[in-house]
Every structure is written in C-alpha cells, then in structure tokens.
Design a protein around this ligand. Structure first.
Ligand SMILES: Cc1cc2nc3c(=O)[nH]c(=O)nc-3n(C[C@H](O)[C@H](O)[C@H](O)COP(=O)(O)O)c2cc1C
Length: 414
C-alpha cells in the first residue's frame, strides 16, 4: 500500500558507518529507493563509491557548496523517510538544538520530525552522558523516532550499551515507519492550520498519565497509562498557538518544552490541580487514566509478609474529576473526556458523555490504546454524531481531537 518508498540515509561520523553499505542493499532489496548524504566526519569511515553503486544514486556531501542549497530542498521533498544512521552524539545534539551547519543537519530541519528515524551509535560513556540522554529525550518528544541502542562489545574495546542495533532490525523499523506514515495519510491532516487564529491566546488544559494511590509508604495502585496521548495532545495544542498546561500523573513519556507542567500523584491531587485551573481554560481534555478507587485507609508503615493471614484492602471511590468539571463548565468552554472500555460499548461512552456534561468523548477499546503508540478511536459529539477512525498514531489522533475541539471553540466565539 501507499506511495513511493524513498529512504534518504544520512551517515554521520561513527565507526558503525561501515555497516551502511549492506544496510543500503537491504533497503533496496525490500523495494526502497535510496539516496545517501554523508557528513565530513563520515567520509573517511565509509566508501562513498560503494554507497553510490549500491544505492544507484550520487552520494551527497558538503564538498560542493554551490549545490548545497538545491540539495537540501530537493532531497527533503524527495524523502519519504530520513534515516540517520549511524547517528553520532554530536549530530543528535545538533538536531536537538536545531543547528543546521551541514547538509545532513540542514535536512533534519527541512523534513517533518515524524519522518525522521535515528539509529544512535557511540561508546557507552557518550551514550550515558546526561547531555546525550536529554538530547534523545528532546528528539523523541518532538516526534522523531529514536531507535534503541544495542549492548555488546564496542569498537573501543569495552562492553556496554551504545552500539548500533543490527542493520536488519533498522531496515525493518524503517519499513514499519513508512507503513505507519502511509496509514496515517489522509487522517492526520486535520485543518488545525486553517483555524490557528482561534487558538492564539486560548488556553488548553490537559490531564495526562496514570494516578498512584498509596497502599502503604512503598506500594501503590496504578495503571498502565503511558502518558503518550497526553503528550501528543500537548504537542498538537502547542502547534495551534495555544497556552498549554498539562496536569500529569507519574508518566515516563516526555512532555514537549513550552507547556506548563503540574506534577501530581493521586487522583485527589489531580482533582485539585484541574479544579484550580479549569476556570481559565478554553478547552479541557481529560486524557489521564484516573484511578476510580483508592485504599480507604493507607497503611502508615510498610506491610510485612505474613505466612498465615490474608490481607483485605478496602477501596473507596475517588472523586469523579470529569463530572466535577462538567458540572461547573460554562457554555463557552469545551470539555473533552476519554472513555476506555474493555469491549465495543460505544453507547456506554455516549451515556457517560451526556451524564458528565462533556462536549466530546473519545472512545477507545482497552486492547487498542493503553501503553502503545497507536490507537483506534471513535469520537462522540454532544452536538450530534459519531465518527469511527481506523488505527492511527496517537500523534494523528491528538491532532484530530484538537481539530474537532477547535471547531467547536470557533463556533462558540462566532
Ligand atoms: C574513528 C572514529 C570513530 C568515531 N566513532 C564515533 C561513534 O561511534 N559515535 C560518536 O558519537 N562519535 C564517534 N566519533 C566522533 C565523531 O566522529 C565526531 O564527534 C564528529 O565531530 C562527528 O561529526 P558528525 O556528527 O558531523 O558526523 C568517532 C571519531 C573517529 C575518528
């Protein structure tokens, strides 16, 4: 399915550059067209002539500044996917900072993040360096796919994490990314841009991640929410020019810089934080997976194992945050809820939307949404209608949800 499969491979100055020629062969064998860009530091580490023959295309370098401008426009338009492989600590840092001082990095600024896939390769000390880890986090939060590193003997002789993963795995991940981009084509193109003006100066409040309810000082009741949907919503909201606040439970997914983040743990803390900020929000999206119950009386000290006795934990209901916000919502505000159900019970989600005073409800099936990067959703609208969507990335889903909420804000302003 989908359009042409054109992989632009950016090679930086890591010793693993010698693995790129066989990778180019693999990509060609799997039906991809390939073009290659080398940094100056990569040139002594890999044969440009081998890359030219194997890719069937000229290899692009910084040698000819006259062609440089043309190349970075032409190649960025050509590429379905931009694979940076191996990616040095240096190039990863430049990408995180938006530096474009050579053809390879200029291309990273000219190609959308969702099309960029990075295969890091470096020694374990460079990989463990806080600057590198922060830079990788920055790229990931912007939507770049950063592949994991492998463990094993590194070129410098020591063992540890940092080596580039195997080339067949990289080829597989590149093809998967192209499949994902193909699937999302047409559904991710939400008309956010057309309506951007309506969100400038508006405030979007998002709840995200799981909550944690203490059982004793070291144990909690929580759930599998990753915070990926909340982070994607925050990114989509930022792109509209809105002021964005995220009230987040303990989730590992990094949030984009530029949002105000309020960290909470329990449902009660989340209820308080959302309650304080709701009045000044134009749109509120409750994407957090809030624990419905909490232990009625948490133990003050750690529970110790007893061979004989069972322990009974009495649970008491948590505040229903969505219902509380729905109850105080003004006609100008848009409230979006999430309804995660084990089966296909869309009617239950519809009833929930009406009961809690939401304008929109996002219905997900638990087996298609929790933890992963993709989701299958049905959107329900209090002003009428339901729309079911095929499987798509949470990034595309977040843009869709924001796009629909935005239309409703615009309608209320008009
Ligand atoms: C033989 C050799 C091997 C290198 N291997 C790596 C590596 O695996 N990973 C890395 O991050 N840097 C490595 N470096 C350092 C980079 O080449 C250096 O940081 C360079 O400035 C990177 O430039 P570039 O990112 O523009 O390609 C290596 C350097 C040499 C001389």
């Amino acid at each position: 399915m989908g359009g042409a499969r054109r992989v632009l491979v950016g090679v930086t100055g890591g010793i693993a550059a010698y693995k790129v020629p066989p990778l180019v062969r693999l990509l060609r064998k799997s039906g991809c067209e390939v073009k290659v860009v080398l940094t100056a530091a990569a040139k002594p580490l890999v044969g440009a002539e081998a890359l030219r023959v194997l890719s069937g295309n000229p290899v692009h370098t910084d040698d000819n500044p006259a062609r440089y401008d043309m190349d970075h426009i032409r190649l960025s338009e050509w590429a379905s996917v931009y694979l940076i492989c191996p990616a040095t600590a240096n190039t990863i840092a430049k990408m995180a900072a938006g530096i474009a001082d050579n053809l390879l990095t200029a291309l990273t600024l000219s190609i959308p993040e969702e099309k960029i896939i990075v295969a890091p390769a470096m020694n374990r000390v460079m990989w463990a360096n806080k600057a590198t880890l922060t830079n990788v986090g920055v790229l990931t939060s912007r939507g770049v796919t950063v592949l994991p590193v492998g463990e094993g003997e590194l070129a410098c002789g020591v063992r540890g994490p940092g080596r580039m993963i195997e080339i067949d795995e990289i080829a597989k991940r590149v093809v998967e990314l192209m499949d994902k981009i193909d699937r999302n084509d047409g559904v991710s193109a939400v008309d956010i841009d057309a309506n951007t003006a309506t969100f400038k100066g508006k405030t979007v409040l998002i709840s995200s991640g799981p909550t944690e309810e203490p059982i004793d000082p070291v144990r909690v009741i929580t759930n599998k929410s990753s915070g990926k949907m909340g982070a994607a919503l925050a990114k989509a909201a930022l792109a509209t020019g809105a002021r964005v606040t995220v009230v987040s439970g303990p989730a590992s997914e990094p949030l984009p810089s530029g949002v105000e983040v309020v960290r909470v743990k329990t449902a009660a803390e989340m209820a308080a934080a959302m309650g304080e900020r709701f009045a000044s929000a134009d749109v509120c999206v409750m994407a957090a997976a809030v624990s419905d119950y909490r232990p009625a009386t948490p133990f003050h000290s750690k529970i110790h194992r007893s061979e004989k006795e069972n322990i009974t934990l009495e649970l008491t209901p948590n505040p229903d945050i969505l219902a509380a916000l729905g109850a105080v919502k003004t006609p100008k505000q848009i409230l979006v809820g999430f309804s995660l159900e084990s089966g296909d019970d869309v009617d239950r989600a519809e009833a929930k939307m009406r009961k809690k005073g939401c304008d929109m409800m996002v219905f997900n099936r638990a087996d298609t949404a929790v933890g992963g990067s993709d989701t299958v959703m049905t959107l329900l609208f209090a002003d009428g209608g339901r729309e079911a969507f095929p499987k798509m990335s949470k990034t595309a889903a977040a843009e869709l949800i924001l796009g629909k909420a935005l239309k409703r804000v615009a309608a209320k302003v008009a």
